[in-house]
Design a protein around this ligand. Structure first.
Ligand SMILES: NC(=O)C1=CN([C@@H]2O[C@H](COP(=O)(O)OP(=O)(O)OC[C@H]3O[C@@H](n4cnc5c(N)ncnc54)[C@H](O)[C@@H]3O)[C@@H](O)[C@H]2O)[C@@H](O)CC1
Ligand SMILES: [K+]
Length: 507
């Protein structure tokens, strides 16, 4: 799915009306009906549940008024609170006019803000995508009031006070919703950790906006869902052989961190690699041979850490990082790898820390390398702490452009920035995956996909991130989130990839 800017969203609304020959008021009715259906299905309020709708002066408020009418018509106990304003949008006015007289509808007054019992549902329809400055005055007081109430808050389109695609000062008033119900496409704001406390659990409801217009709208950001992944992983043909899926080399492990080497190796094999050779320090020989018999093991001349590169000729892709440690001699091996490798690279963990500590090495990164830092590793790579999540995203884009690489930023909605400046946000995964070794599994899986000669760098990266999260979701069904360990992810890579595999064409 595409992530549109507020201006593009407005343009899409208008274009939809033109293409479909409908009015913006009809579109608003569709939006309100979608929220109405969602509320009844997901929240299942009792007829006695007090539902308080807080409506602003624009179309977000118009959505709230239309929703109040629908709820009232279905027999629910609604109460409408209006934010006084000099001007109202035309569709707000139309819905205000249509509001049945029996509905209790009052203007908000700073001196007498309404009591909101704990069993009430609050609908936040104060401001939506039209917000262009921080809330002040009465609107700010209402937001503060809602945030102290125990009632359940559902934000329409976006929590009021939150900007759809830009940062705001930490003390700006923003509604803290339990649920955010948005239309057609998600917003960038929903994907960033700093907004989680405002957005809560979010839903995107289809309201039939013009697909052909969305298709033509150029964007920088994508949300990677199942539909987006369709067709990216070709099925294996009967005559495929080991060479098709490549021979991967993994440089990994140091004394006490061979578990990382084992996890990454197993993930690479489960990721479908044709052949895997693992180079570990001498101390890791038995460990690897016994734990991962499917892989070939090369040992370094050093006992405790990796210091050398084997001949790189046989390999289709090289991965480096899991459990590597940060010895100087390891750094030299990394330098050699960057200088000599002519095949796709995947760099993770200590390989990234070494790059961060020796930033002159970044100039040696071969184009199209894939880096998989988490925020702390990314900060070491840039050397500049991010002001907030939006700034960090900007840094990620700049980094990928500057170094012509694909750079991941691991997190709840892991981001992938491409050298062309596009960012993809992964949709799979769960908090159970915040556990040691999870990243090593990702590295191994990505390495397998990069060794697969059928896949572009972008598809390999998207498939790896999506399948990794999906493996976590499948594993958590069995283990629960707390009980999930990285080894469980390895077990579910196969099923996750199977779900993604394109079915052969049929007539
Ligand atoms: N995206 C879609 O496809 C659809 C959107 N609709 C709704 O329309 C909304 C956007 O409507 P609008 O563009 O009218 O915008 P809003 O309803 O978000 O509010 C805009 C109004 O608030 C004023 N305003 C902006 N910032 C303010 C501030 N800090 N303090 C006080 N006033 C402020 C503006 O001058 C304007 O009058 C969406 O969020 C959504 O709820 C739906 O009705 C129909 C479909
Ligand atoms: K809102």
């Amino acid at each position: 799915m595409k992530l549109l800017s507020p201006a593009q969203t407005r343009a899409l609304d208008q274009a939809t009306s033109e293409v479909q020959g409908s009015t913006s008021l009809e579109l608003m009715e569709r939006a309100a009906t979608a929220v109405f259906d969602w509320l009844l299905t997901e929240l299942q309020p009792a007829y006695t549940t007090p539902i308080h709708l807080f409506c602003g002066p624009g179309n977000n408020g118009g959505d709230g008024l239309a929703l109040a009418r629908l709820l009232h018509g279905a027999g629910y106990a609604v109460h409408v609170w209006l934010l006084p304003a000099d001007r109202h949008s035309a569709d707000f006015a139309a819905n205000h006019h249509q509001l049945p007289r029996e509905i209790n509808c009052q203007e908000l007054d700073a001196a007498r803000l309404p009591d909101l019992p704990a069993d009430a549902v609050v609908v936040d329809a104060l401001f939506g995508a039209g917000l262009n400055r921080p809330l002040t005055g009465l609107a700010a007081a209402v937001v503060a009031h809602l945030n102290t109430a125990d009632a359940l808050i559902v934000a329409v389109d976006i929590p009021s006070g939150l900007l759809a695609d830009a940062a705001q000062e930490p003390d700006n008033p923003v509604v803290r919703a339990q649920y955010t119900v948005s239309f057609e496409l998600p917003k960038l704001a929903f994907l960033l950790p700093q907004n989680a406390g405002f957005v809560g659990e979010w839903y995107v409801l289809p309201i039939g906006l013009a697909a052909e217009v969305i298709h033509k709208t150029p964007v920088d950001n994508y949300f990677v869902d199942a539909a987006f992944m369709q067709g990216r992983l070709p099925a294996r043909t009967r005559f495929s052989h080991k060479g098709t899926f490549g021979h991967a080399l993994l440089l990994t492990g140091s004394r006490g961190k061979l578990g990382a080497a084992v996890l990454a190796s197993k993930a690479c094999l489960r990721g479908g690699v044709g052949l895997l050779t693992v180079q570990v320090p001498a101390v890791g020989y038995d460990v690897l041979q016994i734990s991962v018999p499917e892989a070939m093991t090369l040992t370094d001349s050093a006992t405790d850490f990796v210091t050398e590169l084997p001949d790189l000729k046989p390999y289709a892709a090289v991965g480096i990082g899991p459990g590597l440690g940060q010895e100087n001699a390891t750094c030299e091996a990394l330098r050699q790898l960057l200088k000599t490798a002519r095949v796709p690279l995947v760099l993770d963990a200590d390989a990234l820390n070494l790059l961060g500590a020796n930033r002159e090495l970044l100039a040696l990164l071969p184009p199209d390398s894939l880096l998989t830092p988490h925020p702390k590793e990314f900060e070491r790579l840039t050397g500049e702490p991010a002001r907030d999540d939006y700034h960090r995203l900007e840094q990620l884009r700049t980094f990928a452009r500057r170094h012509s690489c694909y750079c991941v930023l691991k997190g709840a909605y892991t981001a992938l920035a491409t050298p062309e400046g596009t960012t993809y946000f992964n949709s799979t995964g769960n908090p159970g995956m915040a556990t040691g070794g999870s990243g090593d599994v990702l590295t191994g899986l990505l390495l397998a996909l990069r060794a697969d000669k059928r896949l572009s760098t972008l598809d390999a990266a998207l498939l790896g991130l999506y399948a990794h999260g999906r493996a976590g979701d499948l594993a958590a069904r069995e283990t629960g989130e707390a009980g999930l360990v990285a080894g469980d992810l390895v077990r579910f890579i196969g099923p996750a990839l199977r779900e993604l595999t394109a079915l052969p064409r049929r007539l």
